[in-house]
Design a protein around this ligand. Structure first.
Ligand code: NAD
Length: 429
């Protein structure tokens, strides 16, 4: 009998380690094999439910029309509506969006929120577009997707280069077509328009919560724990700030151009204020200036890559010198690097758990919108902590029970949950 799992594995063998969909698929295959997932479920769950490609005409400020290419991938609906961000970038690709949509499915399952996975992207250079051009592009993209998104179908959110304003435009466009206000069509909205308190900080807070749990395994306390953070945006900047507030010694941080390092610890509020004013760390005083590559190789207790994909690969994994790798970014480590980190005994808090604080509070936002009743920030943070700590412990238990590393355990736990629900519903085939 043909073995589709083996065939797929052969197809991916020897492929470039940096293709995010292939990286996702490799981990899916390993977890599926360990779970003994039956072949029918394997075939269904390995691919997205729907890939939508749209061409978006936009009248530019000069008066001419430019056509942009956009995507929305809806990976899985077994546990609820698709959920995931929209990314604007010149190099965003369908493969990247497919990988990100699958990671959303597994992430939602790991923290047990009733969503499937989705992700969107538009190939554009947002830094070179005016606010008006961005608004027109966002509205037309929304109009193109109008039949496919909605509170019960697919709920977008911000991702790289999209923000609260983008979500407000999507919500408004969708509402104009529906002829009434539909706040729950997106999350990550401004608080005044149905957003949730605590959503902006949620991903960084989730990184803090999982790091707090992980250091206990090493007998560490925050005041005795040194941290390096790559990235200083929504995840890295807020994560660093919250860790600093908790008493961690944050020694290094970076932006896309490079990083700063001080073995005695950085004053993170000052560093972030400096960056907000100068948009660069170039002349930040009394620190060592390092490249992003060197930053990752500094000896520390916790390394938190919170910038982008493929930062730790087979080329540099051997030189990583942390005890705990806290993956704030999506896909910062390649499967080949995983093996090396595992051999070095580094404890990985996998991305689909570590950065799941964002989608967890997005779920709370969606719930609040549908109830029309909004929670105080302390309640949001408390419920987030409850969910993240429970998921961390479930994962640790699962890893122990199956004698696998934490990433494999996260995939196994997620795939097991989605498989169970799919089996219960039955495959409409
Ligand atoms: P952001 O745009 O706010 O910040 C990104 C940071 O990374 C910036 O400091 C930027 O200068 C830096 N950066 C960008 N490209 C880089 C590169 N090639 N090398 C080094 N640094 C680089 O984005 P964000 O929202 O903080 O997202 C960061 C990562 O976290 C992404 O992988 C994203 O998918 C993931 N994530 C974000 C959220 C969220 O709620 N924002 C939730 C889950 C996962």
């Amino acid at each position: 009998m043909a073995n589709p799992m083996a065939d797929e594995m052969r197809r991916f063998k020897g492929s470039d380690e940096k293709n995010p969909f292939e990286a996702m698929s490799e981990r899916f295959d390993r977890a599926a094999q360990l779970l003994g997932l039956d072949e029918d479920l394997y075939r269904v769950m390995r691919v997205p439910s729907r890939e939508i490609k749209v061409y978006i005409p936009v009248r530019m400020d000069t008066g001419h029309i430019e056509v942009f290419e956009g995507f929305r991938v809806q990976h899985n609906f077994a546990r609820g509506p698709a959920k995931g961000g929209i990314r604007y970038a010149p190099d965003v690709s369908l493969d990247e969006v497919k990988a990100l949509s699958a990671w959303m499915t597994w992430k939602c399952a790991v923290v047990n929120v009733p969503f499937g996975g989705g992700k969107g992207g538009i190939i554009c250079n947002p830094q070179q577009m005016s606010l008006g051009e961005l608004e027109r592009m966002t509205r037309r993209y929304t109009a193109e997707l109008i039949d496919f998104i909605g509170p019960d179908k697919d709920v977008p959110a911000p991702d790289m280069n999209t923000n609260e304003q983008t979500m407000a435009w999507i919500m408004d466009t969708f509402s104009m077509h529906a002829r009434h206000t539909v706040t729950a069509v997106v999350t990550g909205k401004p608080v005044a328009l149905g957003g949730s308190l605590g959503r902006r900080e949620a991903t960084g807070r989730g990184v803090l919560i999982t790091v707090n749990e992980a250091i206990k395994r090493f007998g560490l306390t925050p005041d005795k724990t040194s941290v390096i953070v790559q990235g200083s945006g929504n995840v890295g900047g807020i994560g660093a700030q919250l860790m600093y507030d908790t008493g961690y010694k944050v020694m290094g941080i970076s932006d896309v151009a490079g990083g700063i390092y001080n073995p005695n610890g950085l004053n993170i509020p000052h560093v972030l204020e400096y960056w907000a004013q100068n948009r660069s760390f170039d002349d930040y005083p009394d620190v060592e200036h390092v490249s992003n590559k060197d930053l990752l190789e500094i000896e520390c207790d916790v390394l938190a890559p919170c910038a982008t994909e493929n930062q730790i690969t087979s080329e540099n994994a051997d030189r990583i010198k942390c005890k705990i790798l806290a993956e704030g970014a999506n896909g910062p480590t390649t499967p080949k690097a995983d093996k090396i980190l595992h051999e070095k005994g580094i404890f990985v808090i996998p991305d689909i758990l570590c950065n799941a604080g964002g989608v967890t509070v997005s779920y709370f936002e969606w719930v609040q919108d549908r109830m029309g009743y909004f929670w105080p920030e302390a309640q949001v943070n408390e419920r987030l902590a409850d969910k993240m700590i429970a998921s961390f412990n479930e994962l640790a238990h699962f890893a122990e029970k199956h004698n696998v590393d934490s990433r494999t355990a996260a995939y196994m736990l997620a795939i097991d949950r989605v498989a169970y629900d799919t089996r219960m519903r039955g495959i409409y085939a």
